[in-house]
Design a protein around this ligand. Structure first.
Ligand SMILES: [Zn+2]
Length: 56
């Protein structure tokens, strides 16, 4: 089960296996991070999200 990279909440998946959340990619690497909707709301810009992902 996928987890939010910021708050570690489990992300629900649709029946197609798609996560209910968003995928954030760091410009400097090809690593992908899954982020839940509530973190997406809290950190509304990509810059803010990436700032949070630096800490994890
Ligand atoms: Zn989250």
């Amino acid at each position: 089960m996928a987890k939010c990279s910021i708050c570690k909440a489990q992300l629900a998946e649709t029946f197609l296996g798609k996560i209910k959340g968003t995928i954030v990619k760091k410009a400097s690497s090809s690593k992908k991070y899954s982020v839940c909707f509530s973190c997406q709301k809290k950190f509304s810009t990509k810059e803010e999200l990436l700032e949070q992902l630096k800490k994890v």
